[in-house]
Design a protein around this ligand. Structure first.
Ligand code: ZN
Length: 690
C-alpha cells in the first residue's frame, strides 16, 4: 500500500480479507485499486525472471501471489457488475476490464517470464514436484503459447491489440443484449389479454407493473416473464409481439450486435493464424478434452442423426395437434411453446404450474443440502452477519463430516433489475496454500434469476428452476470440494471447458429421482409429498419433444463450431448463411426470416464459449454416463459418491479429465447413457433405475 488514500480503498483491503467487503465497494475504488496492484505486479515481474531461482518457491509462488492479489481486487468488481449493474459502475468496470486485459496479455507475452517457466519445467528437480504443480506449469506454458509469448515482436504487438479489442467487443455485445432486453416491455391494461396465463404469472406481472408505478400488468423479455408468457398466453398476436421482440434483441439501431459479431469473428481468425492455427476452433480445442475439430463435428452430427427421426415425428405431431385442437393452420415460431405446453398438458394432464406448489424455496434449499449431505457428508449453515451486495443474498458455511469448515458460498436467487439474466456459479475465493503455509478456503457465488416470494407466499419454483439450482450447485461443489492447493488448478480452474459441466449436469439427475425428490418436494400449504403418480407423469413428460430439444442444442453447437472453423468474413458470405445452412441440416422447424438469435448469443460472443458450445453435450454424455454409475449402485451410494469426489471433484484441473473419468467409471465415457436418458434408445435396453 503506497498512497494514503489506498489505505481506505476497500478493494485493496479485500486482497487479504476473509471475504470481499461488497457493500463498501464503490465505482471510484476500482481504477486506483487495480492501478496499485498492477503497478506492484509489474515492478515485481520486471526483476522476477532474472532473479528467480528455477524452483517452485522462487518463481511460481510469487506468480501465484501476484495473480491472487489481482483476482481478489478484480473478482468482486466483475461480480458486482453482473449482479448490481449501475450507471456509475458500468464505465468503471469497462475501464477496469481494459486495465486487467492489457496487463494479462502483457504477462502472457513476457518473454523473460516464459523462458523462466520453461527453465523451471526443464530443471532436474521439477519431476519430483507434486502432480498438481507440474500440471499448473504445463497449463501455464500452454497458455503462454496461446497468449502469443512465442511470437516475434511485430506479430506480438498485433496479437495484443487484437486481444484488447476482442475483450471490449465482448463486453459491448453483452451490454447491448442487456440494454435491448431492458428497453422493451409489454404493458397490458386489459384483463382479456391475459387469457391462458396462470394466476401466479398474473400476480408476478402485476407486481412488476406496481414496482414501476404502473397500472395493469407488465411483461418483460427476462426469462421468468418471457418463458411463461410464451407457454400460456392464448393471445396469438401478443405472443407474436413478444417473440419478435425477443429474437430481434440487439439486431438493429444503436444496439445492433451484427457489426460486432463480424469484427469478433474476423479478429479471432486473424489471432488464430498468428499463432499458427488454421482457425479459432483449433485454438479453442488446444485446452479441451476433444482433440480435433473433426472429432467435435462428427460427435455433433452423430447425435443429430440419431435424434432427427424422432424430432421429425415430434414436430409433425405438434403441427397436427395445433391444427386440430388449437385451430392454428400453420404452426409459427411464436406458437411452438404455447402449442407444446397445450399438448403436454393434454397428454400428461399436468403442467409446470401443477408442480410449482411442491417446490417452495425453503424446502428446495433444504432438499439440495440434504442431497449434498447424503452424498458427501456435508452440512450447511447460514452466516447472517456476512456483508453482501444485496439484502436478498445469503451466505452459507460448508462443513464436512468431521465438522470442519471447508468452504462457503453466497446464494443470490431472485431476478431483479440491474442483474444479468440466467444462472451461474462463479469463483469468489480459490482454495490455495498461501506462501505463509495457511490454507485459504474456497468460496463460491451461486446466482440465479428465479421468482421471489410474492403475496405472502414462499417463492414457488418450476421443476426446471429446481434443476437449474442443482446444476449451479454442482459447479459450486466442484469448486468447493477440491483438495488441490495450487492456485491455477484448484476447483474448476484448469478444468477443460468441455468437461467443466460434468459435475453440474450430474447433479441435475437427482431432480429426476423420486428417492431424492421425496426428501423435499412437498406441497407448500398441505405439506403433502409430491404424489407418485404426478412424478411418474413428470418422468414420462421428460422426454416430451426430447428429439427437438436435442436438435436445438446441436444446432447452436454446430453453428458455433462451423462459424469458427469454416467461416471467413473476408471471403464474402454471411453469418446468416452459416446459420441457415445449419438450420437446413439439423433443425426440423424453420424460424422466420427476421430471427436474429445470433445477436443475443452471448455464450459464444461474450461468454467464453466460442467454438465450445458443443461442450454442453460433450459433458452431458459424461454426466449421464457417470450418473449411470449411481443408478447401478443406488443414487445415494456412499462408495460411488466417495469415488466421484476422490477421482473427479477433489482433483479439479490438476488431473487430466479423460484419466479422471476413467478412474471413476473404470472405462471411457459412452454415449448410450445420454441417448437412453432422452429416450432415444429402444426401450428394451433401458435400465430401470431410480
Ligand atoms: Zn453449467
Amino acid at each position: 500500500m503506497r498512497a494514503e488514500s489506498n489505505l481506505e480503498n476497500p478493494l485493496l483491503q479485500a486482497a487479504t480479507a476473509e471475504l470481499p467487503p461488497y457493500p463498501t465497494i464503490k465505482p471510484e475504488h476500482v481504477e486506483p485499486a487495480l492501478r496499485t496492484v498492477i503497478d506492484d505486479n509489474r515492478r515485481r515481474l520486471a526483476v522476477l525472471p532474472a532473479a528467480a531461482t528455477t524452483d517452485w518457491s522462487g518463481l511460481m509462488r510469487p506468480l501465484e501471489e501476484m495473480e491472487e492479489r489481482l483476482e481478489r481486487v478484480w473478482g468482486p468488481v466483475r461480480h458486482l457488475n453482473a449482479v448490481c449493474d449501475s450507471k456509475a459502475l458500468r464505465p468503471a468496470h469497462q475501464r477496469g476490464l481494459m486495465q486487467v486485459t492489457a496487463y494479462r496479455s502483457e504477462c502472457m507475452q513476457n518473454e523473460a517470464l516464459f523462458a523462466a517457466v520453461e527453465r523451471l519445467q526443464a530443471s532436474p528437480g521439477f519431476q519430483g514436484q507434486p502432480p498438481e504443480r507440474r500440471q499448473a506449469v504445463h497449463h501455464l506454458l500452454r497458455d503462454f503459447r496461446l497468449g502469443g509469448a512465442a511470437l516475434p515482436r511485430e506479430k506480438k504487438d498485433r496479437f495484443k491489440a487484437i486481444q484488447v479489442r476482442l475483450s471490449e467487443l465482448g463486453a459491448q455485445f453483452e451490454q447491448n443484449v442487456l440494454d435491448a432486453t431492458r428497453a422493451w416491455r409489454l404493458h397490458v391494461r386489459d384483463t382479456a389479454e391475459l387469457a391462458g396465463l396462470p394466476q401466479r404469472e398474473r400476480e408476478a406481472a402485476r407486481e412488476r407493473a406496481r414496482r414501476e408505478g404502473l397500472k395493469g400488468w407488465l411483461f418483460t423479455l427476462d426469462a421468468p416473464s418471457y418463458i411463461p408468457f410464451m407457454q400460456y398466453a392464448e393471445n396469438r398476436a401478443l405472443r407474436r409481439r413478444m417473440y419478435t421482440a425477443y429474437v430481434t434483441r440487439a439486431a438493429s439501431g444503436k444496439l445492433d450486435n451484427g457489426p460486432i459479431i463480424l469484427e469478433i469473428l474476423k479478429l479471432r481468425r486473424e489471432a488464430a493464424k498468428l499463432l499458427g492455427y488454421k482457425n479459432h476452433a483449433e485454438v479453442s480445442l488446444a485446452n479441451k478434452m476433444a482433440t480435433s475439430p473433426r472429432e467435435v463435428i462428427d460427435f455433433l452430427r452423430e447425435l443429430a442423426t440419431r435424434s432427427r427421426p424422432r424430432a421429425q415425428g415430434e414436430i409433425a405431431e405438434l403441427a397436427e395437434f395445433a391444427r386440430n385442437r388449437l385451430h392454428l393452420d400453420r404452426l409459427e415460431a411464436w406458437d411452438l411453446d404455447f402449442a407444446g405446453e397445450c399438448l403436454r398438458r393434454e397428454r400428461y394432464a399436468f403442467s409446470q404450474q401443477d408442480l410449482k406448489p411442491y417446490f417452495p424455496e425453503p424446502q428446495v434449499l433444504e432438499g439440495l443440502f440434504a442431497v449434498a449431505g447424503r452424498l458427501y457428508g456435508l452440512r450447511f449453515e447460514v452466516r447472517p452477519e456476512v456483508p453482501r451486495w444485496h439484502e436478498d443474498v445469503r451466505f452459507f458455511d460448508v462443513f464436512d463430516a468431521q465438522g470442519q469448515r471447508i468452504a462457503g458460498f453466497y446464494l443470490d436467487l431472485y431476478a431483479r433489475p440491474h442483474k444479468r439474466g440466467g444462472a451461474w456459479m462463479d469463483e469468489c475465493i480459490i482454495r490455495w496454500r498461501r506462501p505463509d503455509g495457511t490454507l485459504q478456503r474456497p468460496v463460491a457465488h451461486v446466482v440465479c434469476n428465479f421468482s421471489r416470494p410474492a403475496g405472502g407466499n414462499p417463492a414457488l419454483w418450476s421443476h426446471e428452476e429446481v434443476i437449474t439450482l442443482f446444476h449451479e450447485f454442482g459447479h459450486a461443489l466442484h469448486h468447493m470440494l477440491t483438495e488441490v492447493e495450487t492456485l491455477e488448478v484448484s476447483g474448476i480452474r484448469g478444468v477443460p471447458w468441455d468437461a467443466v459441466e460434468l459435475p453440474s449436469q450430474l447433479m441435475e439427475n437427482f431432480c429426476w429421482h423420486y428417492e431424492a425428490l421425496e426428501l423435499f418436494a412437498r406441497h407448500y400449504r398441505s405439506g403433502a409429498v409430491l404424489p407418485r403418480a404426478l412424478f411418474e407423469k413428470m418422468r414420462a413428460a421428460r422426454n416430451f419433444q426430447a428429439g427437438m430439444k436435442m436438435l436445438r442444442q446441436i444446432e447452436y453447437a454446430l453453428f458455433d463450431f462451423l462459424l469458427h472453423v469454416e467461416f471467413d468474413p473476408a471471403s464474402g458470405g454471411s453469418v446468416q448463411d452459416v446459420l441457415d445452412a445449419v438450420h437446413k441440416e439439423v433443425a426440423v422447424f424453420k424460424p422466420p426470416q427476421f430471427n436474429r438469435f445470433q445477436n443475443s448469443f452471448s455464450h459464444i460472443f461474450a461468454g467464453g464459449y466460442a467454438a465450445g458450445y458443443y461442450s454442453y453435450k460433450w459433458a452431458e454424455v459424461m454426466a449421464a454416463d457417470a450418473f449411470a454409475a449411481f443408478e447401478e449402485t443406488g443414487i445415494f451410494d456412499a462408495a460411488t459418491a466417495q469415488r466421484l469426489r476422490r477421482e473427479v471433484l477433489a482433483v479439479g484441473g490438476a488431473r487430466d479429465m479423460t484419466e479422471a473419468f476413467a478412474a471413476f467409471r473404470g472405462r471411457k465415457p459412452k454415449v448410450d447413457a445420454l441417448l437412453r436418458q432422452y429416450g432415444l434408445l429402444p426401450l428394451s435396453t433401458t435400465k430401470s433405475g431410480d
